[in-house]
Design a binder for this molecule. Structure first.
Ligand code: AMP
Length: 121
């Protein structure tokens, strides 16, 4: 599947749409989710055009991959959730309900987050 360069995060990265930025470096931009599901809900986005984890692992440089995880840890620290705990999650594809087809890590925290998934019936 090819990358859709008109997705909402690509437009944020190009500065066409505003975001509430919390962190930025050469390879990543992090901003508050517009519809937060926890007191801390930040999206950590690579600046390169990657659809999901598979695409990122296939094509990104080692520096880009390291930068994404370092950004997630930096965000968790800066948001004050590192001590109590936090969750980093990436939805990939239809079964995971990925809405925006540009790789992003969700960083959730600020309250007990519950079980990772509901048990299947
Ligand atoms: P996912 O289902 O993993 O693709 O998650 C997409 C996330 O992007 C959702 O949590 C949305 O609330 C969030 N989102 C969509 N549009 C924006 C936006 N303009 N700014 C910040 N977050 C957004």
């Amino acid at each position: 599947m090819s990358y859709d360069s008109n997705n909402i995060f690509a437009r944020i990265l190009r500065g066409e749409i505003p975001c509430r930025k919390v962190d930025e470096d050469a390879h990543t931009l992090s901003f508050h989710d517009i519809n937060p599901l926890a007191p801390t809900h930040v999206l950590v986005v690579p600046k390169g055009e990657y659809r999901d984890v598979t695409d990122f692992a296939d094509r990104a440089s080692d520096a880009e991959i390291a930068a994404l995880f370092r950004a997630a840890a930096r965000v968790a620290k800066a948001q004050g959730v590192e001590g109590a705990g936090y969750r980093v999650l990436a939805n990939c594809g239809a079964d995971a309900h990925q809405e925006v087809p540009h790789l992003h890590l969700h960083v959730f925290g600020g309250r007990p987050l519950g079980a990772m998934l509901k048990r299947a019936k």
